[in-house]
Design a protein around this ligand. Structure first.
Ligand code: FES
Length: 273
């Protein structure tokens, strides 16, 4: 029977009767807010930059480089200058920036990523703000209801991300050309693209879904030595998933910024050979 001193019964949440009745919001004495605040600031900076670039619909191609935000150029109005690739599959796309068509896939992959979910739940929704710090919300239904139940599409987003990484690999190969499309050349931009594609693949393959795909649903690793090897390799990457999530996010923005600066005439790509 409830007494006056007992907290009200709630379904879930840290004030539920089944949890320890601690009045203080937390007992931590360190600067626990620093990590979620830094995370939120970093994500906001990327959102602001990528939104500006995605809607710009300009300065996304500087031979031989195409911005990863606009690749592959699938819409009619994605017209790179100087003979860049344009697959022209989607008509005029109603005048909207073709980057909006492309970015759905990497965005869906990152939005549903296990690491990013933790990052933005903490950074933006304070759910919870940090370990051992009570969240301010009265109810907690986890990811069991709409819209968060849609996070379960992550495995399918992984398959799409593999395709995107394949396209960016193709772009990196094309970056070994000069402005006249002859192979066997390299500029500083080629190095920028190379670093980016290594980080994109490392992040993609470090995905928890990838780890399950290569090593899950097996009874005996001893009968699947190749998958065991792959699982170990993906597991090593997976241990650095947060680091790879941030470094690949930064590298893709730097890659786009480099193309933007070249395309807008800020400087010429220094050629190495
Ligand atoms: Fe982060 Fe899959 S868990 S990309």
């Amino acid at each position: 029977m409830a007494t006056d001193t007992e907290p009200p019964i709630q379904r879930g949440g840290v004030r539920s009767r089944t949890r320890a009745a601690i009045a203080a919001p937390h007992l931590r004495t360190d600067r626990w807010w620093l990590a979620p605040a830094t995370t939120a600031a970093g994500l906001l900076a990327f959102i602001a930059y990528s939104t500006w670039r995605a809607f710009a619909n300009a300065d996304y191609y500087a031979a031989p480089y195409v911005s990863p935000f606009y690749s592959p150029c699938l819409a009619h109005n994605c017209r790179p200058m100087d003979g860049g690739p344009n697959w022209d599959l989607f008509g005029p796309w109603w005048g909207l920036s073709p980057a909006l068509l492309i970015l759905i896939f990497p965005l869906g992959f990152r939005l549903t990523c296990y690491y990013y979910r933790k990052a933005y739940y903490r950074g933006f929704w304070a759910s919870p703000p940090a370990c051992a710090v009570a969240e301010p919300h009265k109810k907690y239904s986890g990811e069991t209801r709409f819209p968060l139940i849609l996070q379960n599409i992550h495995r399918y987003a992984f398959y799409a991300a593999v395709l995107v990484a394949g396209v960016l690999t193709y772009d990196t190969v094309l970056s070994f050309r000069d402005a006249d499309h002859h192979f066997g050349h390299m500029g500083v931009g080629t190095l920028v693209f190379l670093v980016n594609i290594v980080l994109i693949w490392a992040y993609t393959l470090s995905c928890h879904s990838c780890r399950h795909i290569v090593g899950g649903r097996l009874r005996h690793f001893s009968k699947h030595p190749v998958r065991y090897r792959m699982w170990q390799w993906v597991g090593r990457l997976n241990a650095r998933h947060m680091l790879l999530a941030w470094s690949s996010l930064i590298s893709v923005a730097v890659c786009d910024l480099y193309v933007y600066l070249l395309a807008s005439g800020a400087f010429d790509d220094p050629r190495l050979f």
